[in-house]
Design a protein around this ligand. Structure first.
Ligand code: LLP
Length: 453
């Protein structure tokens, strides 16, 4: 398949959704013409390829069921992108959901996802949201710290059925593309450290809590992981700790989660993490650890977010203007930016782009893509080689499915873009464009007499 303006087509094909094609010289996804969609729905516009999501879910499912001898549960980490339609799609694909708040939990509930298949995470989850999760019957609560454990013990003390929990361990291993997405260090805000005795104390307290059932251990060391060794060593440390706790309390680990985090490729020269290698790494590490420490094979839970949905998404923008920069790279102004994708501003994340109407034209110039928001840091792409573009041209940015809309804001009073799911020529509107009415929905007029001002 020939794909937009990249020299290394083999690598570039990893960036665009699986059902991307070029018809009459224009970019199409799932047999839908992107220019026609932009004309109908306006820009900025986010589209998702259903085929790519299905393929990623099928790859994870096949790889893990093929390699892992025990029971495997795959939970989509919904913080990557969540709305009712996505929750329903993931459920239909046989995945559970990970949520981090009462809000995400409510979305899962309204989508009709059985809440036993939903796991709640979070380091600062307010007690009311923990209580809501228990009431609704979430499958697992992943306990982050000793205070949260105490809250849960108290909330469940008089309940008839016990709440299943896992403990989030900080294994003191960190990997990930940026300091803000490395989460596994002992000093990170997440999880119970092994070295200072917090993790062991949590096991003791969890086993003593009549309303809690400690089923297993969890760790998530970071996002955009590129080190399979780090995943392996994380699993080893969790199992070693499980063996110590079995010796101390006779408690047997029945469930293990090494979190999510597999990397995706954002740029043509990057390689995505390999799902088969990941599955073999996890399987071998669990098998080796269980043999080494004499533990039974646990149920396995994995929590991919980005690798499930990033590549399915493409963001479409309209070029609104240009600015020449003598001695530097010219700007192309677009009608979106950090409000819909804050990743470049937050993590120096890199993206590439193509012109929707001329994806295969050779680049003639290198430009910066300037977001529309009133921030110097709102540069969506620092440099990208494109054919000459003019106001009115449509720009497509691939790998836009994860941590874009889910982290979007209405900064500068810009309503958030719509989200379409494209499937074999069909368009499903998952979220309509936000309106100005939506923006002021929560606002109340000043209720203060003019005289008193
Ligand atoms: N499980 C837990 C407990 C997590 O905290 C996360 C992500 C995941 C699973 C899923 O990780 P993934 O497979 O998506 O890498 N906003 C950042 C990423 C934050 C990740 C937060 N936790 C970004 O845009 O790069």
């Amino acid at each position: 398949m020939n794909l937009p303006g990249e020299r290394n087509l083999m690598t570039a094909t990893q960036l665009w959704p699986i059902s991307t094609s070029i018809q009459d010289g224009r970019l199409q996804i799932a047999d839908c013409d992107l220019a026609a969609l932009a004309a109908q729905y306006g820009t900025p516009l986010y589209v998702l390829d259903a085929d790519t999501i299905r393929t990623m879910a099928a790859r994870y499912t096949a790889a893990l069921h093929h390699t892992y001898a025990g029971i495997v549960h795959i939970h989509y980490a919904s913080k990557a992108l969540l709305n009712i339609g996505i929750a329903q799609l993931m459920h239909r694909l046989g995945l559970g959901l990970d949520v981090v708040s009462g809000g995400e939990l409510a979305i899962a509930q309204r989508a009709g996802v059985p809440l036993a298949q939903v796991h709640l995470h979070g380091n600062g989850t307010p007690p009311a949201e923990l209580a809501q999760a228990i009431e609704l019957g979430v499958g697992r609560i992943i306990v982050d710290n000793l205070d949260q454990l105490a809250t849960l013990a108290w909330l469940t003390a008089r309940r008839v059925s016990r709440q299943a929990i896992m403990l989030r361990i900080a294994p003191d291993i960190a990997d990930g593309a940026h300091a803000h997405i490395r989460t596994g260090a002992a000093a990170a805000k997440f999880g119970l450290p092994l070295d200072d005795g917090s993790a062991a104390e949590a096991v003791r307290q969890a086993l003593a809590a009549p309303g809690l059932e400690l089923v297993g251990l969890h760790a998530h060391i970071g996002s955009q992981l590129r080190s399979y060794e780090a995943i392996q060593e994380t699993i080893n440390r969790l199992l070693r700790f499980a063996a110590e706790q079995r010796a101390a309390h006779g408690w047997t680990l029945s469930e293990l989660s090494p979190g999510g985090g597999l990397a995706v490729a954002y740029m043509p020269n990057e390689q995505a993490g390999d799902i088969d290698t990941y599955a073999v790494t996890v399987t071998n590490a669990v098998r080796a650890g269980c043999e080494r420490y004499g533990l039974p094979q646990p149920r396995l839970v994995i929590e991919p977010g980005r690798s499930m949905i990033a590549r399915a998404g493409v963001a479409l923008y309209t070029v609104t203007g240009r600015k020449a920069v003598p001695g530097g790279l010219d700007y192309l102004h677009i009608d979106g930016g950090m409000g819909d994708n804050s990743r470049p501003a937050m993590y120096n994340a890199q993206y590439t782009a193509a012109l929707v109407a001329r994806p295969l034209d050779p680049p003639t110039t290198t430009v910066q893509i300037a977001g529309r928001y009133c921030e110097s840091g709102d540069i969506l792409i620092r440099d990208v080689a494109l054919p000459g573009a003019a106001p009115g041209d449509l720009l497509a940015v691939p790998v836009a499915g994860a941590y874009t809309l889910s982290m979007s804001s209405t900064y500068n009073g810009v309503p958030r873009p719509p989200l379409l799911l494209l499937d074999s020529g069909h368009v499903h509107v998952l979220q309509r464009r936000e309106t100005v009415d939506d923006l002021v929905l929560r606002d109340l007029p000043l209720n203060m007499g003019a005289a008193s001002s």
